[in-house]
Design a protein around this ligand. Structure first.
Ligand SMILES: Cc1cc2nc3c(=O)[nH]c(=O)nc-3n(C[C@H](O)[C@H](O)[C@H](O)COP(=O)(O)O)c2cc1C
Length: 167
């Protein structure tokens, strides 16, 4: 039996995801989006993938520049997550105003205090319906190792609390 979109979305709400901000563009023309559809692909060579809606402002910029960065957020970055999801009405460059951004290897903007950042060259794009899977070849990484991961589950932001005891 076919699964409809609403049922699929209802089930996907139960999937907890790490929250990332995907960034792209050069100074003055930067943009980005909050994303949970990001995951590791291979470690030899280091590659990851990110699923981006074709309506997102970053979509065309990633295609044009052939570069993007994935920044894994901590619980201290809740305002960054809300901004890059467009929840405060900000767009493009203005989303970058409340945090410190640097560049690794002359690539896309990277959040200085991110738990981990991956600076990528666009290796391939696969289009499926509303979204593109952008495959990134990782050129540089940075990790602060600080904080607790920001997670998204059941339509809410939260964080990882205590690890379960190992029996
Ligand atoms: C927790 C969360 C996760 C999201 N994950 C994705 C995602 O993986 N891919 C995507 O294209 N949009 C995702 N979005 C939606 C984008 O962040 C949002 O549409 C953003 O405003 C797009 O950028 P734009 O306003 O510059 O077009 C997510 C939003 C939230 C709140």
């Amino acid at each position: 039996m076919a699964v409809d979109a609403a049922e699929f979305r209802r089930c996907m709400r139960d999937v907890a995801g790490a929250v990332a901000v995907i960034t792209c563009g050069q100074d003055g023309m930067r943009t980005g989006l909050t994303a949970t559809a990001v995951c590791s692909l291979t470690d030899q060579p280091p590659m990851l993938l990110a699923c981006v809606n074709s309506t997102a402002s970053a979509h065309a910029v990633i295609r044009e520049t052939g570069r993007f960065a994935v920044n894994i957020l901590s619980d201290a970055h809740l305002p960054v997550a809300n901004r890059f999801a467009g929840r405060d009405g900000s767009k493009g460059e203005t989303r970058f105003s409340d945090a410190r951004w640097v560049r690794l290897e002359d690539g896309a903007p990277v959040l200085a205090e991110a738990m981990a950042s991956f600076d990528c060259l666009l290796e391939a794009e696969h289009c499926h319906g509303s979204h593109s899977i952008f495959v990134g070849r990782v050129q540089a990484v940075a990790a602060s190792g600080d904080g607790r991961p920001l997670l998204y589950h059941a339509g809410r932001f939260g964080t990882f609390q205590e690890p379960l005891a190992v029996l």
